[in-house]
Design a protein around this ligand. Structure first.
Ligand code: GDP
Ligand code: MG
Length: 124
């Protein structure tokens, strides 16, 4: 493979979206990756996975992997595995409300893997 081919390969970045159940995580991920929004609620079992490819100036292509973590997973044993290697944590809250319990669990996991953390509230 030539240098120029290698240069144009996508960088992969992993973003994990966490937060309480029904706070808008899947809607956020769907809107971001597929530019779609559904009004009907369907619980995410375990995890959903989205990909979005963006092009940045300087011939830099980035594939964003959005890991949409089901709310019930927050206190579960799989959380550590799902969030492993994340470049960014996105903490979603329903109208800037997050329960104390989920914040505590989130803080415990973040402690082990220091990463940028972005928080926002949905318009519920
Ligand atoms: N009005 C309004 N409803 C929203 C918004 N975001 C999500 N919802 C609705 O809230 C419900 C739960 O959203 P969902 O993304 O599935 O939550 P999740 O469990 O955190 O993944 C769905 O019925 C969505 O249509 C928002 O910003 N405004
Ligand atoms: Mg969901």
């Amino acid at each position: 493979m030539s240098d120029s081919e290698e240069d144009s390969q996508d960088k992969q970045l992993k973003i994990v979206v966490v937060g309480d159940g029904a706070c808008g995580k899947t809607s956020l991920a769907t809107r971001f990756a597929q530019e779609a929004f559904g009004k009907q609620y369907k619980q995410t079992i375990g995890l959903d996975f989205f990909l979005k490819r963006i092009s940045l100036p300087g011939n830099l292509n980035v594939t964003l992997q959005v890991w949409d973590i089901g709310g019930q997973t927050l206190g579960g044993k799989m959380l550590d595995k799902y969030v492993y290697g994340a470049h960014l944590w996105y903490c979603c809250m329903a109208g800037l409300l997050i329960t104390k319990a989920s914040l505590h669990l989130l803080a415990q996991t973040v402690d082990n893997q220091i990463r940028p953390l972005l928080c926002s509230g949905s318009g519920l």
